[in-house]
Design a protein around this ligand. Structure first.
Ligand SMILES: *Cc1c(COP(=O)(O)O)cnc(C)c1O
Length: 403
């Protein structure tokens, strides 16, 4: 049996087919490429029951991942993150079936490790010798570390106000790191102009290579498996470049075609910060694409993407599932981050906090029913953002007393 049932790549705009066994970037139409699989073959080759006995990493779904040979898998043990009930927080919001999938527990501390693991593995399998990318921090850190694991070089450029820990991760991984006085789009232009002078180096910018989506889609497979091959009613996702939500939607469609799940798909909710909300603005106008968001700024750094290449795919996923797009202020998302952490004991990242703030809005407006199965993706660990929690605590002299 093949390890992967990857069949070809497909242009997300025109549906044109491209070869999946050479290094590919965007389609000739300038759109992201989607990996396609022989799902009939997968259905014959494996059952959900067999998958249950496999190792608890995202590679348990290898038939629907692009890496052809198990020797090319570059892994740090990513995937199969916990799906936690949130009884106390849920009770406060009037949600009896609230869950959080905690992506803070993957290597590198954010779900970016999923895209990096699959993207780096496939790049190395296809003979790429180095990767280059712009990033808001977490993706660069993850790709630099997985590149190190694979023996590839990495060139990373990020805005100078990205979380400092992500820069240190790149340095620790031996990456060629540049800090850029600008936004992620500016960093992207600098990377794009350097890559042609670097033989063997692939530009792996968000959605400019096809396999990061494949890594991230495994969140959708895991949610289905963890629910016993059933689907929740609603999934909330903090949306920047949109790869996560595009990937989860892709997973849901594949699962349905495989016959591993049935019934209506979860309503997908794209959550953004009011300081950078291009998808929410487009959604409120019923538009199919977004406009560049001016003066983008939010403490939820991972979702500061003023214009995403895959915006139309995010909006498709939201519209097709009867979902929504919701924006919350930095104040609201930081408050929700603290409330959730105090109630449930898991220190979530500010992007995760944004989803919890959105949850409150959607519950108060009645969009969310009290008995629905609701899953929030916490995309990273709060400990990667120590500065989001002020340290206003007393300092004692040795001779002081604690009251
Ligand atoms: C990158 C990132 C996001 C946004 O993910 P996309 O797939 O680009 O939409 C959300 N949260 C965190 C912590 C991130 O690093």
């Amino acid at each position: 049996m093949p390890y992967s049932f990857l069949s070809h790549l497909e242009c997300s705009r025109t549906g044109d087919r491209l070869d999946a066994d050479t290094v590919q970037g965007l389609s000739p139409a300038g759109a992201p490429l989607l990996a396609r699989y022989d799902l009939d073959g997968v259905r014959e080759a494996v059952t959900p029951k067999e998958i249950a006995g496999r190792e608890p990493t995202l590679w348990r779904y290898h038939e629907v991942l692009p890496v052809r040979s198990p020797e090319h898998v570059v892994s740090l043990g990513e995937g199969m993150t916990p799906l936690l009930r949130l009884p106390r927080y849920g009770r406060e919001l009037g949600l009896s079936r609230l869950w959080m999938k905690d992506e803070g527990l993957v290597p590198t501390g954010t779900f970016k490790a999923r895209g990096a693991a699959v993207g780096v593995s496939r790049a190395a399998e296809l003979g790429v010798r180095g990767i280059a990318m712009p990033t808001n921090g977490n993706a660069g850190a993850a790709w630099a570390l997985y590149a190190a694991r694979a023996g590839l070089s990495s060139l990373i450029a990020m805005p100078d106000d990205a979380p400092p820990i992500t820069m240190r991760e790149c340095v620790a991984a031996g990456a060629e790191l540049y800090r850029v006085d600008g936004l992620i789009g500016d960093a992207g232009k600098l990377v794009a102009s350097a890559v042609p002078r670097r033989p063997g180096v692939q530009d792996v910018s968000t959605l400019k290579e096809p396999y990061r989506i494949e890594g991230k889609k495994t969140m959708g497979y895991e949610i289905a498996e963890q629910f016993g091959w059933r689907l929740p009613d609603v999934i909330l996702y903090p949306t920047g470049g949109g790869v996560g939500i595009i990937g989860i939607y892709k997973a849901l469609l594949e699962l349905r075609e495989l016959g591993w799940v049935s019934g209506p798909l979860p309503r997908l909710v794209a959550v953004q910060a009011t300081g950078c909300a291009p998808i929410v603005t487009a959604f409120s106008r019923g538009a199919r694409e977004s406009e560049p968001f001016p003066d983008a700024r939010t403490v939820a750094f991972g979702i500061t993407v003023p214009k995403a290449l895959g915006d139309f795919l995010v909006l498709d996923a939201v519209y097709a599932t009867g979902g929504a797009a919701v924006a919350v202020t930095d104040e609201e998302l930081l408050a929700a981050q603290r409330e959730l952490t105090e109630r449930e004991g898991t220190f979530v990242c500010p992007e995760g906090g944004a989803c919890f703030a959105a949850l409150r809005q959607l519950r108060e407006s009645g969009w969310l029913g009290g008995d629905e199965d609701v899953v929030v993706l916490n995309t990273g660990a709060g400990i990667k953002y120590p500065e989001t929690v002020p340290l206003d605590v007393p300092l004692l002299a040795k001779t002081d007393a604690i009251p």
